[in-house]
Design a protein around this ligand. Structure first.
Ligand code: PBG
Length: 325
């Protein structure tokens, strides 16, 4: 009995052969590490729903970014957690606010060795947990929020950030931020637009990470998970408004959207492997239900394969160490 002539298994015979023909690469430079820094801490505080991730103090943050630079990561994305939150998120604009101080600290620590990025959004700073300011009847006010984002962009640029990451899903946010940066002569500060961002249950652990108690939900501004075309439209709009890079978020439940966005635009595309995606793997691994390290690399490879040039992931440092082995 003659066997098959065509045998795809041949190219899977040895590790060297599999490595040679691998279509997708995963490299530390493609990974961005999100980091949380909380005002008033003297020691880092563990985030219970994200085992292995902490809220940093200003000083422990410096150790984390130095390590990120040493590992050759592409960058870090900074999130600030203020001690006091209010209705308008005023801590976001204060030059002495935690995020603005952390930006200056981090740039001072790593210089040009990493791309230093910052979240440009109000939800970490508002007491109601929304990404913008509210109208008297409790809706998120798009245009009043834009004015605050413009000021926030100027504050972050003044603090020294390389790239701002507007993540609030307000219409027109990229244009307003670009204009504000340019008017303040920060023409070199780039914009990573969270262009295609869905209202997701997988953001759950992030709420603990930034001490946020969200009132209601974000469904009037973040996208409906049923819509892929609209996700592409949002990305195209942000490119038109001046985004230097766009992003799809979450990653795993939206890999199809990621592929469509990658095919539609001509700028680098990032994807955010978010908190809930991280915690699912960690929780299953802690129970011995899945093999943790291969699961991490398989997850990150799937996001790259779907079209992400850059992946934001809480595993960035660990993955870089695994890739060195
Ligand atoms: C908004 C923002 C969120 C995340 C990043 N930026 C929360 C949200 O939109 O609800 C989530 C990141 C994660 O879950 O890992 N500032």
């Amino acid at each position: 009995m003659a066997g098959p002539t065509i045998r795809p298994r041949r190219l899977r015979t040895t590790p060297a052969l599999r490595r040679m023909v691998a279509e997708t690469s995963l490299e530390p430079r493609q990974l961005v590490l999100p980091l949380f820094v909380r005002e008033g801490l003297s020691e880092p505080v563990p985030i219970s729903s994200m085992p292995g991730v902490v809220q940093h103090s200003r000083s422990s943050l410096l150790g984390a970014v130095a390590e990120a630079a040493e590992l050759g990561l592409g960058g870090v994305m900074l999130f600030g957690v203020p001690e006091h939150k209010d209705a308008t998120g005023s801590g976001a604009l204060d030059p002495a606010g935690i995020l603005n101080l952390a930006i200056t600290d981090v740039v001072g620590e790593v210089g040009d060795a990493l791309t230093v990025m910052s979240d440009l959004c109000l939800d970490e700073f508002t007491d109601h947990g929304h990404c913008g300011v509210l109208t008297p009847d409790g809706r998120v006010d798009n245009d009043r929020t834009l004015a605050i984002y413009a000021e926030m962009a100027r504050a972050q640029a003044h603090a020294g950030v390389d790239m701002v990451g507007p993540s609030g899903m307000m219409d027109g946010q990229v244009r307003v931020i670009r204009e504000a940066l340019d008017a303040a002569e920060h023409t070199d500060v780039s914009i990573l637009a969270y262009s295609t961002k869905y209202a997701s249950a997988f953001y759950g652990p992030f709420r603990e990470a930034v001490d946020s108690s969200l009132q209601g939900d974000r469904r009037t501004y973040q996208q409906d998970g049923a819509n892929a075309r609209e996700g592409v439209r949002e990305a195209l709009l942000d490119v038109e408004e001046g985004a230097d890079m766009v992003m799809v978020k979450p990653a795993l439940a939206y890999l199809d959207v990621l592929r469509q966005v990658r095919d539609a635009v001509r700028v680098p595309v990032a994807a955010y492997n978010i908190s809930g995606e991280y915690s699912m793997v960690e929780a299953a691994a802690a129970r011995g239900w899945i093999d943790r390290e291969p699961a991490i690399l398989e997850t990150l490879t799937s996001i790259r394969r779907a079209g992400a040039d850059v992946v934001l992931t809480y595993w960035a440092a660990e993955a870089a160490r695994l890739l060195r082995r």
